[in-house]
Design a protein around this ligand. Structure first.
Ligand SMILES: [Zn+2]
Length: 46
């Protein structure tokens, strides 16, 4: 399975995997991106 990097600008970590079995791309949503969480944490310090 090949991972295709795809980061949205909405702060969510969504990635596309090209499947070896069906030769189609599957979108996987990992939820809120790590950089978004760290960004929010920095804001709360202000
Ligand atoms: Zn598949």
């Amino acid at each position: 399975m090949i991972r295709v990097e795809k980061f949205t600008m909405l702060g969510r970590d969504q990635r596309t995997y090209r499947c070896d079995d069906c030769q189609e791309e599957h979108d996987v949503d990992f939820g809120v991106a790590l950089w978004k969480l760290m960004s929010d944490a920095n804001k709360s310090d202000e």
